[in-house]
Write a protein that binds this ligand. Structure first.
Ligand SMILES: Cc1cc2nc3c(=O)[nH]c(=O)nc-3n(C[C@H](O)[C@H](O)[C@H](O)COP(=O)(O)O)c2cc1C
Length: 238
């Protein structure tokens, strides 16, 4: 029997059963003197821009609720600026560019608009659903339109599914590597059974919600650091 038959067979009472007490989120490392958790951006330096990129275009998707939650949480930080990029607003068809994206010879207005928006960021948080044990097909399709826009930048992953979208995230990591996007280890995974009411209303458990900050604690420094890598790469003509 396929996984989703099981998923929707789960009785309401079972689905509504109280979750076992959540273990406290692991304490995050605090610096000497227990000072601020993350460094403020020095005066005169531009705040790194990080996009929270949606991963589903399905009518009725839960993806945007997850992405908006990520955006709201991340926006409390002072060491980076965060913005939502909803792939649904670009009306991207199935890949219709005649040339591979690496050529940067974009023919269509939708590609040019998407490239202009995506290319302006220093880092990305991809919010992916899991379809057929893979990353969300709408996200993979959207990524296929672009290439150089992602080079030498950093990314973090937020996934969700019956197993926290773990398989989708692993699948996505392969694509990000090919796009020369450095993906941080720490990952956020939401479970359809425990982080969504009736599999639709996003209500993250404290334990899983607590995994966002450690992911951002890795992503923001990488995002800052990769600006120097881009400069070096430009000098080397790479
Ligand atoms: C075609 C399809 C395939 C799916 N395959 C999986 C899967 O392999 N693993 C999983 O955890 N959930 C799977 N699901 C369930 C999705 O995780 C769930 O529907 C989720 O809400 C999808 O995200 P979205 O609402 O943002 O599109 C699948 C759903 C669809 C429609």
């Amino acid at each position: 029997m396929s996984w989703f038959k099981n998923l929707f067979r789960k009785s309401r009472s079972e689905a509504a059963a109280p979750a076992p007490a959540a273990a406290p989120a692991p304490a995050r490392a605090a610096g000497p003197g227990q000072g601020p958790r993350h460094a403020a951006v020095p005066a005169g330096r531009r705040l790194p821009r990080i996009a929270v990129v949606t991963g589903s275009t399905r009518p009725g998707r839960v993806n945007n609720a997850v992405a908006e939650w990520v955006l709201a949480q991340a926006s409390a930080r002072t060491d980076a600026g965060f913005e939502l990029v909803d792939i649904n607003t670009f009306d991207l068809p199935l890949l219709d560019e005649p040339f591979p994206a690496a050529y940067q010879n974009y023919q269509h207005e939708h590609t040019k608009a998407f490239a202009a928006r995506i290319g302006g960021f220093d880092g990305y948080i991809f919010v992916t659903n899991e379809y057929n044990h893979s990353a969300g097909p709408a996200l993979v399709n959207a990524l296929s339109f672009l290439n150089a826009e992602f080079h030498n930048k950093a990314a973090g992953i937020v996934s969700y599914g019956s197993m926290g979208g773990a398989r989708a995230a692993e699948h996505l990591r392969g694509a990000l590597s090919e796009l020369q996007l450095a993906h941080v280890r720490n990952q956020v995974m939401f479970n359809l059974f425990t982080d969504f009411e009736n599999f639709t209303e996003f209500k993250p458990t404290e334990q899983n919600a607590g995994t966002l900050a450690p992911m951002l604690d890795q992503l923001v420094p990488w995002t800052k650091g990769f600006a120097a890598v881009r400069q070096e790469a430009a000098l080397a003509g790479a």
